[in-house]
Design a protein around this ligand. Sequence first.
Ligand code: UDP
Length: 340
Amino acid sequence: MTKKILILGANGFIGHHLSRRILDTTTWEVHAMDIAQDRLSEQLSHPRFHFFKGDIRLEQAWIDAHIQLCDIILPLVAIATPATYISDPLSVFELDFEANLPIVRATVKHGKRLVFPSTSEVYGMSTDEEFNPETTQLVYGPVTKSRWIYACSKQLMDRVICAYGQQHGLRFTLFRPFNWIGQGQDSLAAAHEGSSRVVTKFLYAILHGQPITLVDGGAQHRSFTCITDGVEALMRILADTSGLADGKIYNIGNPHNDVSVAELANRMVAIAAEYPALRESAAKVHFQALPGTDVYGSGYEDPRRRIPNIAAAKTDLSWSPEVGLDAALRSIFTAYDACA
Ligand code: UDP
């Protein structure tokens, strides 16, 4: 059945991959908004892609009209870079929570289905071996540690959305990405100014033969997930007509790609050496361990480990991640190599 999907933040990392996949593999219509369009060149010429350049904070009328028009609403506009949680925590609250709340409310008002990005960050510093949406306690540091404003903003929105489900019958699905990585995650300019996430920062260091910073020595772990696997899970959520995904929270991550940040750095340097154009700069890279509070500021704290329990996504969506860490990293280097 043809669906109409509204993607707010379509030019973002998830939005541009997802919109391309929808256009390539379905007959669905995509209505999209973003403040930028540099990653949407393929989509913009597609007859089923309808784009409006605008800011979600200023375009309530357009958003309201398009929520009425569409079947499923995906509000993907958010700041999700830890450096910003420390340097500008208010902007995180204002965009991720305040600016998204009217969109959630309009979705309730018009009786549409909401697919909303929560985050693996909501689990905070839980010491559970695996993070489970049903059982894991959410653990954050003191209020002076502004690192947690993103987790708190997202957690509160998760609770508001669940409450709208309970009290107003909102049909919703929450998904929690676990360190999704891939081509087009952050710009290298963001890496240059220090505001990108770890893989882009390491890529930048490797391209420029600069030191790789291992925050607090790099012993902390993450489960890195290839964007193609993440988008596949989203496609299954969007395609669900059984109602099975309604009211559910899905961890979308790859527990087999659990590595320390130091291991990630070593693998990236080794993979870079496979590319003749990168061999020389990769050979110059060395590692420097720095305290997290020196790198990010005094508001920094960090989860030690973050492994998803993906049983719900496996059962309900028949989904499992398929791309190993090295293959995911190679796709990033290959994309860079093709543009260089
Ligand atoms: N990190 C690092 N060096 C960097 C950037 C990040 O060691 O140059 C670490 C960071 O401290 C964190 C992990 O890499 O433990 C992942 O950081 P990212 O910013 O990608 O996102 P997070 O998973 O913390 O949300």
